[in-house]
Design a protein. Structure first.
Lengths: 314, 424
């Protein structure tokens, strides 16, 4: 890290707008915060007096809890609002909801929304820092960052690796953020899934689209599987979960094609026996729970950086 | 008020009469008459030096929103915007509330248009309620004043219904305008491609349009009846229309300034003023549309002027309504094509006046002696900054806000009545 580096972002909307230096800085900050979570008293006063609103328009257990834990370990005051998108569209608009929340002077709003770009829109209407906790099929930056932190911890680097991402790329904001992040850091991302679940022009994001599962996984350093959904809005994407598991599921045999020390990852929640076989998920190569632990540290770092925005040397 | 004018020193461009010359134009009692040196006592002179004097522009694809959505636009406000943009005639689509699918709605539209700043030519629905099930009463609608039929905004899914519409419409001299879209392929909110993938927005593939354009061509070719394809946006559609015309199929087509000016990149930042249907396409498609304008594949430039208020546009991108306003920017954006050498001046006038009139069978689009004095005077070099406070339309949903535009109408005249003037 260069001396006098200054984290330049007011909002965290996506990996897309983060530089290599930004990502290194976030991950290093997260690493330094990780130790807090292993203390007997897991709390520091860093963000005392700060108000953080979790505004979740989509159901979420893990991400929302992770942000709340992160905020509380930093002594911020957190409040969570769940709103279903459908009831919100019937009544108050997102902008009105956000303006009302903004009138209570929060420092940060963490938003999850089923529409891509919803967090970007909020930045035009409220003064608070906005953190995207997943928008539609666009990005999930904190997940991308925690994935990178997990890989960096285990591999010692983020460049020159082969990352295989298997499953529903089309609807996955996690895949999107991971592709942008890992390629930005100098690794190669290979993707594979049913052709119905591969978006058009994916190569322009920097991913290499493979035609077989073996091509994607061969000699990989990381095998990341994604949650599969059978149907979306009457779009006939897959005939059955049974067939998906047989043709595209990540089994022990598939992982055997990767490097001996390859990591198995999944953003959760897992459909066990469909996209990922239980013996693989629970194997010694699985770092799925490390991802969850690192999620708290990354989110502490993001909250700290957008609120503090202080110059850091190192 | 005098409706006698002598327009002097302008460059008259009148393709119908093979004219392109600096000359004077005399307007008497709302009609164009032969200029003479005598009897000019009651005539007001308009100096058009340095300007082009062309037959009044006609926009063959607009949404005036009345009846039903007057908070977005009404007939009078839409016609004021038309006049400001140099249009003397607007062809308004039937997706109002109620739908213009019967003579009483057509008659209401024409009644409300009395005294408006532009001539209003209503398009009636193809199917009752635009529900795509059964034919509307074309005979009644023609008698009431409809100039064409279309279920614009909603594609006619049923191919038999479309076939019957093409056949039955010719009994009444109505052209069928097709909003070409295969609905099962078009669930998204922008063009499918690299940008939709990057923004995480569900894409509408180009084939959603092109497949239906091909169906319309096949129906027109089989039945021998004419069809007009609205708002063409893709390279494949352009090529299909080009080759159909070569075979002698009675197909005509329009494209819009946004398809030849912008690409899908304009959606960046989730800009809802860049959301319309069909969506902005790739640069490759834009180039193909430009080629189609240059080589005569397209008959007309229309705007698909679609006013929406902030209620429909200041929302999440997926939730935003489709459509942008265009009446006040169309001429400037089209003049850029002349400057860039894509088309010449004569072709511009054909695309924006003569051809729309010809396709729809309107008595307009010429400066012939004896014709109503529908005239647009264009200053091709006038520059203006298009900002929200200058928008005449009730709605401000334009992707061109903030643009510095060049070339505009400095005077618009409908039947000898000045509806817009920037001249002293």
């Amino acid at each position: 890290m260069t001396t006098g580096y200054f984290f330049p972002h007011r909002h965290i909307l996506g990996i897309d707008h983060l530089s290599v230096d930004d990502i290194h800085h976030i991950l290093s900050t997260a690493e330094s915060f990780k130790e807090i979570s292993s203390r007997p008293i897991k709390k520091v006063p860093t963000l005392r007096g700060n108000t953080i609103i979790n505004l979740f328009f989509e159901p979420s257990t893990r991400t929302r809890l992770s942000f709340e834990v992160a905020a509380k370990r930093m002594s911020a005051d957190t409040f969570s609002i769940s709103a279903s998108t459908s009831s919100a569209t019937k009544g108050e608009t997102l902008i009105d909801t956000a303006r009302n929340i903004a009138a209570m002077n929060p420092d940060t709003i963490i938003i999850r929304h089923s529409f891509s770009g919803a967090p970007h829109m909020l930045t035009r209407y409220v003064d608070a820092a906005i953190i995207n906790a997943g928008d539609g099929t666009h990005e999930h930056p904190s997940q991308g960052l925690l994935d990178m932190l997990t890989v960096r911890e285990h591999k010692g680097r983020l460049d020159g690796l082969k990352i295989a991402i298997i499953g529903d790329i089309l609807h996955s904001r996690v895949a999107h953020s991971d592709i942008l992040g890992f390629t930005k850091m100098g690794s190669d991302v290979f993707v594979y899934g049913p052709s119905t679940l591969i978006p058009r022009a994916l190569d322009r994001l920097g991913a290499k689209v493979c035609s077989t599962l073996a091509d994607a996984v061969a000699d990989a350093d990381v095998v990341m599987t994604l949650r599969i959904q059978k149907e979306r809005q009457n779009d006939p994407l897959l005939p059955s979960f049974r067939e998906y598991a047989r043709q595209f599921g990540v089994t022990r045999d598939v992982v055997a094609l990767a490097k001996d020390d390859a990591l198995v990852m999944h953003p959760g929640p897992i459909n066990r026996g469909i996209e990922l076989m239980p013996d693989v998920a629970d194997s010694g190569r699985s770092v799925i729970l490390d991802q969850v632990t690192n999620g708290v540290a990354v989110r502490m770092a993001l909250l700290y950086l957008v609120m503090g925005n202080a110059p850091v040397t190192g | 008020m005098s409706s006698n004018y002598l327009i002097t020193n302008g460059r008259i461009i009148d393709p119908k009469n093979f004219r392109d010359e600096v000359a004077d134009l005399l307007v008497r009692d709302g009609l164009l008459v032969k200029p003479s040196a005598e009897g000019l006592e009651d005539v007001t002179e308009i100096d058009a030096a340095g300007c082009w004097v062309v037959p009044g522009l006609i926009d063959m694809h607009v949404h005036l929103r009345e009846p039903g959505e007057e908070y977005k636009e009404d007939i009078l406000s839409g016609c004021r915007a038309a006049a400001a943009g140099g249009f003397t005639g607007v062809v308004c689509m039937p997706n109002t509330r109620p739908v213009n699918d019967n003579r009483s709605v057509t008659a209401l539209i024409l009644e409300l248009a009395a005294g408006a700043s532009a001539r209003v030519y209503p398009v009636a629905a193809i199917s009752k309620g635009s529900r795509g099930e059964s034919l509307a009463e074309f005979g009644d609608l023609r008698e009431a004043g409809a100039v064409a039929v279309s279920d614009d905004g909603l594609p006619v899914q049923d191919s038999q219904l479309m076939r019957r519409a093409l056949e039955y419409a010719t009994d009444f001299g109505l052209v069928v305008i097709s909003h070409s879209e295969e609905p099962s392929l078009s669930h998204g909110s922008m063009n499918e491609g690299a940008v939709s993938t990057r923004l995480g927005l569900q894409g509408i593939p180009t084939i959603a349009e092109s497949i239906m354009v091909y169906r319309e061509i096949a129906l027109a070719e089989y039945t021998g009846k004419p069809v007009h394809i609205a708002h063409v946006s893709t390279a494949m559609s352009t090529e299909l229309i080009r080759s159909a015309k070569k075979r002698g199929v009675r197909v005509t087509a329009e494209t819009t300034p946004h398809y030849f000016t912008l690409t899908e990149e304009a959606v960046e930042g989730y800009n809802t003023n860049a959301k319309m249907n069909p969506p902005l396409r790739s640069e490759e498609d834009r180039q193909a549309v430009l080629q189609g304008l240059a080589d005569g594949t397209f008959d007309a430039i229309a705007t698909d002027h679609a006013p929406h208020s902030i209620l429909e546009k200041e929302v999440e991108f997926d939730a935003a309504a489709n459509g942008i306003i265009g009446l006040e920017t169309s001429l400037s954006l089209s003049l850029a094509l002349v400057r860039e050498g894509v088309i010449n001046e004569k072709r511009l006038v054909e695309l924006m006046s003569l051809n729309p009139a010809t396709v729809l069978g309107l008595a307009a689009g010429t400066l012939s002696e004896g014709a109503p004095a529908d005239i647009t005077i264009i200053d091709p070099s006038a520059e203006f900054h298009y900002t929200e406070d200058k928008v005449v339309s009730k709605s401000k949903n334009s992707p061109f806000l903030g643009w510095k535009l060049r070339g505009r109408a400095v005077l618009t005249m409908v039947g000898g009545r000045i509806t817009h003037s920037l001249l002293d």
